[in-house]
Ligand binder design. Structure first.
Ligand SMILES: Nc1ncnc2c1ncn2[C@@H]1O[C@H](COP(=O)(O)OP(=O)(O)OP(=O)(O)O)[C@@H](O)[C@H]1O
Length: 205
């Protein structure tokens, strides 16, 4: 169970907006997170990962307290270690596809499976600049999976994919998730793409 109770003042143009979330994510569940642009969906994922610090809050993952502003507890992102798919991918320009995955895992068979899942096996020696937008996005997803994360935070992970590629990737992810059983949070502007997959949904206003 990942239990999140946070408050964060967002820096919005001409005003104040408080992001307030009180939610529990069941172990192994897939939750879609949706809501209007600027509501704070990306900020929420970054707060859970430990990349943004909220003014107030508590985050408990299983038996471990990741954040407790009252008790002064704030685990680093490295200690929380979620898989994170950034909205802008955040790939390393000087690393090839294979190097991105080798950086995260030494399990060659696992890396091979991921490359096949993302249809990037024939592009393993390419750097991001030689990949299409959709290929870059798939690499960002594969890199997040390489560590076999117990918590997977994905920010618009399918936005650059055509419908067929998207549905193939989602089918592959469903199989992989049965093995690694991560708790998954997916921010999506197209919530229908998660119909029949997401167990739960969280609206951020
Ligand atoms: N570290 C931060 N501290 C305070 N405010 C922030 C911080 N990072 C971003 N913001 C502000 O929070 C607001 C919400 O941004 P965020 O990217 O979380 O929204 P979003 O719901 O993901 O939007 P979109 O759907 O357009 O991607 C923005 O106005 C942004 O300027």
């Amino acid at each position: 169970m990942i239990s999140v109770a946070i408050e964060k003042e967002l820096k919005v143009y001409r005003g104040r907006h408080i992001l307030k979330v009180n939610y529990q994510f069941a172990p192994g569940s897939v939750t879609k997170i949706y809501g209007p642009s600027g509501a704070g969906k990306t900020t929420l994922l970054k707060i859970i990962a430990g990349l943004i610090h909220p003014e107030q809050g508590k985050i408990i993952a299983g038996k471990e307290t990741w954040l407790d502003t009252t008790a002064g507890i704030n685990l680093t992102p490295q200690k929380r270690m979620p898989g994170f798919v950034f909205q802008d991918y955040a790939l390393f320009p000087n690393m090839t596809v294979a190097e991105h995955l080798a950086y995260a895992s030494t399990d060659r068979a696992w890396i091979e499976r991921l490359l096949q899942l993302g249809k990037l096996d024939s592009l393993a020696d390419h750097k991001p600049i030689y990949l299409s937008g959709g290929q870059q996005q798939r690499l960002a997803v594969l890199r997040a999976l390489a560590i076999r994360p117990k918590l997977l935070l994905m920010d618009e992970p399918f936005s650059a994919l055509d419908p067929e590629t998207k549905s193939e990737l989602i089918n592959g992810l469903k199989i992989l998730f049965k093995e690694i059983v991560p708790t998954v949070l997916i921010v999506s502007h197209n919530p229908q793409e998660l119909d029949g997959w997401a167990d739960d949904e969280l609206y951020i206003a």
